[in-house]
Write a protein that binds this ligand. Structure first.
Ligand SMILES: *Cc1c(COP(=O)(O)O)cnc(C)c1O
Length: 455
């Protein structure tokens, strides 16, 4: 007899994963290597170690070790907020009148309010292990900066955060949360770095972008003894750490004999989605099972659906290695969208390669549709979702409604990456009918793509 599925599937502490799942090891055609922007040759561990901690540089380039042990100290920290529950959305299913079964993995159960803590704690741990004094980073909407501040304070490291100026001004509470955890927060572009001064001189009054803040944070690390740079998405190492989401999800489903049909996640730089799908995609790559994977992105920043698969710079200042990825061009400035965490111009190389191979689909959705789904979900399931996460909710609901038409009993799993308490200004705009849907024209997209480096 089949076990009845509870509203919340909790795993016990002993079921917390002991290994991260390195999806690249299961790919026959690997993602293309990172290139040194000066020599255009593949980056070596030694070169990357000037920017990142050595262990993280190794993880970044490791595409052959399938399982990488989670250090005990990191696992102990995970135990404070993991395993995260996998929730059966019984109430949502009923309200939608769908025969589909909907599950979501909720990553908002920690103070940072998102999945970003899963990688922040790992990155801080390796920095501590190496005997560093601190790390620098950038943050857009503020979730990553918050997560890294928490992780650094836990390990007694200094944390310098460059926060995109418009967010710094619009989200004073995020800034204070970071300062509560001891981080030093500077609005970017600032006058504290050479690249910041240059950007300020070139674009007076600019409110900044993620690409600028990355360049500043990299420079700030390079110019300080005992500091390295940390990044919260896009990188292979971040996808690796986020695989804890997917491994837990799979363990929970397996426990109840449930096989997913569709797995959905929002995609900014691609870390939560890459982590969620990792063990499932691994099975697909080995021919053990089949799943439909859907990446959801905002129509205002349509990296996968309208971008190009090419080598590009990861930052505006062009100091970081080049990555082969789906991109809109490092000069593409997305319209002011509320889903701050999904505004990056590129997509992690692993997901880009899987998408290129046709193993994953992508959809773009409009902002107002996303907030409609967010509000609908909040009213039924109770959780107030982050705007980023709500992109996945939108498509999960769309898929469930398709099942209502066809009568199919598909199992839909999606990643609910975080809570939206710091996004109430966006909710306000939505409620007041002031939210608009901006979709870039072909001309704007082509302008960004024209700036791609010619190799
Ligand atoms: C940062 C963020 C995202 C997007 O980042 P990915 O690297 O694509 O996962 C999604 N949801 C929330 C809540 C975030 O904070």
């Amino acid at each position: 007899m089949k076990k009845e599925i509870p509203y919340k599937i909790y795993l016990s502490e002993s079921e917390l994963p002991k290994y991260w799942y390195n999806l690249r090891a299961f790919m026959q055609k690997k993602p293309a290597p990172l290139l040194n922007p000066e020599t255009m040759q593949p980056m070596t561990v030694a070169e990357l170690s000037n920017v990142f901690c050595e262990e993280l540089a190794k993880q970044e380039l490791d595409d052959s070790t399938p399982y990488i042990e989670i250090p005990t100290e990191v696992r102990d920290f995970y135990k404070m907020y993991r395993p995260a529950p996998l929730i059966r959305a019984y109430c949502l299913e009923k309200k939608l009148g769908t025969p589909a079964h909907i599950y979501y993995k909720f990553e908002g159960n920690n103070t940072s309010g998102s999945h970003k803590l899963n990688s922040a704690i790992a990155q801080a741990y390796y920095a501590k292990e190496q005997g560093l004094k601190g790390v620098t980073t950038e943050t857009g909407a503020g979730q990553w900066g918050t997560a890294l501040s928490m992780a650094c304070s836990y390990f007694g490291l200094d944390c310098k955060v460059f926060m995109v100026k418009c967010s710094y001004e619009q989200k004073p509470f995020r800034r204070e949360v970071m300062r509560t955890y001891g981080a030093d927060v500077t609005p970017s572009p600032s006058m504290t770095t050479e690249v910041g001064k240059k950007i300020n001189a070139e674009f007076p009054g600019t409110t900044g972008s993620l690409g600028c803040a990355i360049s500043e944070a990299v420079e700030a690390a390079a110019s300080r003894e005992g500091y390295r740079y940390a990044l919260g998405s896009v990188l292979n190492q971040v996808l690796l750490h986020q695989s804890v989401i997917g491994v837990e999800t799979k363990t929970a489903l397996d426990k109840y004999g449930v096989k997913a049909d569709i797995i959905i996640g929002c995609a900014g730089g691609g870390s939560n989605l890459g982590g969620l799908i990792a063990p499932f995609m691994g099975e697909k790559l080995q021919g053990k099972a089949d799943y439909q994977f859907i990446a959801v992105e905002p129509a205002s920043c349509p990296t996968l659906t309208r971008g190009k698969y090419a080598y590009d710079y990861c930052d505006t200042g062009k100091v970081c290695p080049l990555s082969k990825m789906y991109t809109l061009g490092s000069g593409f400035i997305p319209a002011a969208s509320h889903a701050g965490g999904l505004r990056y111009h590129g997509m992690t190389s692993t997901l880009s390669e899987l998408y290129e191979q046709g193993l994953m689909e992508a959809r773009s959705v409009k902002q107002t549709e996303v907030f409609e789904a967010a509000e609908y979900f909040a009213r039924i399931e109770g959780i107030l979702p982050a705007p980023e996460s709500s992109h996945a909710i939108r498509v999960a609901m769309d898929e469930a409604l398709k099942c209502k038409e066809t009568g199919e009993k598909k199992v839909i799993v999606f990643g609910l990456t975080g809570t939206g308490y710091f996004d109430m200004m966006s909710y306000e705009k939505f409620h007041d009918g002031k939210m608009t849907d901006y979709i870039p024209t072909d001309e704007e997209i082509n302008k960004g793509l024209a700036g791609l480096p010619k190799l």
